[in-house]
Design a protein around this ligand. Structure first.
Ligand code: XMP
Length: 518
C-alpha cells in the first residue's frame, strides 16, 4: 500500500478539493466524517491528518471537535479554517467570534520562517467567521493579514499547523505547494500515487477479489464504465465479458468508438446488442420525460438480464462508481443535500440482481479516472468525452421519439460539436482559449415554424443549441460562443439536416433552467 493522509471533514464545501490537491501531490488520501469511528481512520495507517474547514462556530452547542486519536497519534496535523480553530480550541489557545465574516482575497505576509510556507507575501482566499485570538502554548504566529493577525500558526516541534485561509482553492495560487509541503515534506508521505501505481494496486485487488470467477460489465461508452472495464480486463483478461447496448439513442459514431476501443483486446468477450428497434417500439407515442427515462431504464435492465443469462450468469459485476459518489452518499448531511437529481441513475443496474460488485474506481476522482484511462491506452476521445445522460438522445428529442427525428437530432448534434471541437472550444483536456465549454449538444424541439428555402415555404421543426460552462454541473452558465461560430453552425444545420428550418441558442443559466431540456 502507498503512504496516505487522512482528511477529516468538518463540513466545508471545499473538503473534496483538499483531497484532490493532496492526490495531485501524488499522495493517496481519504476523506472521513470528523466523527468517523477511530478504527476506520486508523485502518488507513495515515502519515498525517488534515482537518477541513466547516460552517460551524467552535463555541456552538454540539460543534465538531478534534477526535482524541488525532492528537494522541503524534502525527503531523494541518488545520484549515475551522480545522485551525478546532485545533486552537483543543490545545488551549483562544478563538474569538469576529464581528464580520471575512470572505474573499487577502494578502498574507509570512513573518516567521517555517517548513510549510515560503517567505514573502502570498495571495490567499479567506472564508471564515471566527478567528484565532491567541495561539495555543508551543505555537507561534507564522503569517498575518490585515484582517487576521493570526492567519497562519505552527508548533514546529510537534508538526502542528493551522491556516486561516484555504490553500485548496484556485484563488490561493500557492496553495498547492503548501499542501505538497505538508504531505510530502512534513508528513513524509512518499509521492507514489501515480496512474501506474493505481493500476498496479487495482489489478492486484481485483485479482484477489474475484479469483477464478467470471465477471460481467456494462459499458455505456461513458468515461467511468469504460475505464472500470479496461482496468478489470487488464487484471483478469478473458474472465471478463462486457455488454454494450446500442439503444439507437446514441450520438454519431459512439457505437463504433466503443467497439474500436474494446474489440481488439476483448474479441468475442465484448457483446454489442443492437436494441434500436426495441427502444423505438417501447418509446412509441411517449412524450413525458420521466416516462421516457423509466422505459429506457427498464428496457436496459431486461436486455442486460438476458445477456447475463447468455454468458452464464457471472457472480461478479463491474461498476464505475467513483469517489465523489461514495463521499457524497456517506459524508455529513450538507453533502447529501447537494445530490439534487436522483434520476441520473437511470440506466443503472437492477437492484434485485444478486451480483457481487467490483468497483475499481471507488477511491478515484474523475481526473484520476481519466489519467488511469490514458495510462491503460484507451482512446483520447473516450477518456475526455463530455458527459452524456444515460437515457441518451431520448431526453434531447423533445416530444415523440421516432427514427427520423432522432436521426435529425443526431446530425445536428454532430455538426454543432464538431464545429466547437474544430474551433478548440470543446476540448475538456486543455482549453486553448479562455472559454472552456463543459457540455454542448443540440436538442430537437417539437415546434414547427415557417421558413423559406429557395422559393419554397417550409414548415419544419427547430433545433436548440445548448453549451454551458460549469465546474460541477450543479450550477452552470451559458457559454459565450462567438457569433460567427453560431452563424456557421446554424447555417450548416438548416442546410444539411432534414426537417429543420430554424436554430436557436439557449441563453439561460442553471438555475433556473437545467442543462438538459428534459
Ligand atoms: P441537468 O439537466 O440536471 O443535468 O442540469 C446535470 C448533468 O446531469 C446530466 N443528466 C443526466 N445524466 N441520466 C444521466 O446519466 C439522466 O437522466 C440525466 N439527466 C441529466 C446532464 O447531461 C448534465 O451533465
Amino acid at each position: 500500500m502507498t503512504d496516505s493522509i487522512a482528511i477529516l471533514d468538518f463540513g466545508s464545501q471545499y473538503t473534496q478539493l483538499i483531497a484532490r490537491r493532496v492526490r495531485e501531490a501524488q499522495v493517496y488520501c481519504e476523506l472521513f466524517p470528523w466523527d468517523a469511528p477511530a478504527e476506520k481512520v486508523q485502518a488507513l495507517n495515515p502519515k498525517g491528518f488534515i482537518l477541513s474547514g466547516g460552517p460551524t462556530s467552535i463555541y456552538e452547542d454540539g460543534a465538531p471537535t478534534i477526535p482524541g486519536y488525532v492528537l494522541e497519534s503524534g502525527l503531523p496535523v494541518l488545520g484549515i479554517c475551522y480545522g485551525m480553530q478546532a485545533l486552537t480550541y483543543a490545545l488551549n489557545g483562544r478563538v474569538g467570534a469576529s464581528s464580520h465574516r471575512e470572505y474573499g482575497p487577502a494578502e498574507v505576509e509570512i513573518t516567521s520562517s517555517n517548513p510549510l510556507l515560503s517567505a514573502g507575501t502570498q495571495s490567499v482566499w479567506m472564508s471564515h467567521g471566527d478567528r484565532i485570538e491567541a495561539v495555543p502554548p508551543g505555537f507561534r504566529i507564522l503569517g498575518s493579514s490585515s484582517n487576521s493577525p493570526i492567519a497562519a500558526m505552527g508548533d514546529l516541534s510537534r508538526n502542528y499547523y493551522g491556516l486561516q485561509f484555504h490553500p485548496e482553492v484556485h484563488h490561493t495560487p500557492g496553495g498547492m505547494e503548501i499542501l505538497r509541503r505538508f504531505v510530502v515534506e512534513i508528513c513524509r508521505a512518499a509521492p507514489e500515487w501515480t496512474p501506474d501505481s493505481i493500476i498496479h494496486q487495482s489489478v492486484e485487488q481485483i485479482r484477489a477479489q474475484v479469483g477464478k470467477e467470471r465477471v460481467l460489465s456494462a459499458v455505456s461508452g461513458g468515461v467511468d464504465s469504460s475505464v472500470a472495464t479496461a482496468l478489470v480486463h487488464r487484471a483478469i483478461g478473458d474472465q471478463l465479458s462486457a455488454v454494450f447496448v446500442d439503444t439507437g439513442l446514441l450520438r454519431l459514431g459512439e457505437r463504433e468508438q466503443v467497439e474500436k476501443a474494446f474489440r481488439a483486446n476483448m474479441g468475442p468477450h465484448l457483446v454489442v446488442v443492437d436494441a434500436e428497434e426495441t427502444y423505438l417500439t417501447k418509446l412509441k407515442g411517449v412524450t413525458d420525460p420521466e416516462t421516457k427515462r423509466r422505459i429506457i431504464g427498464e428496457s436496459f435492465i431486461r436486455i442486460f438480464e438476458e445477456q447475463a443469462h447468455q454468458v452464464g450468469e457471472p457472480p461478479f459485476l463491474v461498476q464505475g462508481t467513483i469517489y465523489p459518489d461514495v463521499v457524497e452518499s456517506s459524508g455529513p448531511e450538507r453533502s447529501k443535500a447537494r445530490r439534487i437529481k436522483s434520476h441520473h441513475n437511470v440506466g443503472g443496474l437492477p437492484s434485485d440482481m444478486t451480483f457481487k460488485l467490483v468497483e475499481p474506481l471507488r477511491y478515484l476522482f474523475k481526473d484520476e479516472v481519466r489519467a488511469v484511462g490514458e495510462a491503460l491506452g484507451l482512446p483520447t476521445e473516450l477518456v475526455w468525452r463530455q458527459p452524456f445522460p444515460g437515457p441518451g438522445l431520448a431526453v434531447r428529442c423533445l416530444g415523440e421519439i421516432t427514427r427520423e427525428r432522432v436521426a435529425s437530432l443526431r446530425a445536428a448534434d454532430a455538426i454543432f460539436t464538431s464545429e466547437l471541437t474544430a474551433a478548440g472550444l470543446l476540448n475538456l483536456r486543455s482549453s486553448q482559449s479562455g472559454l472552456k465549454i463543459s457540455q454542448a449538444f443540440a436538442a430537437l424541439l417539437p415546434v414547427r415554424s415557417v421558413g423559406v428555402m429557395g422559393d419554397q415555404r417550409t414548415y419544419q421543426e427547430a433545433i436548440a443549441l445548448r453549451a454551458v460552462t460549469t465546474e460541477d454541473f450543479m450550477t452552470a452558465d451559458w457559454a459565450r460562443i462567438p457569433y460567427e461560430l453560431l452563424a456557421k453552425v446554424a447555417n450548416r444545420i438548416v442546410n444539411e439536416v432534414h426537417g429543420v428550418n430554424r436554430v436557436v441558442y439557449d441563453i439561460t443559466s442553471k438555475p433556473p433552467s437545467t442543462i438538459e431540456w428534459e
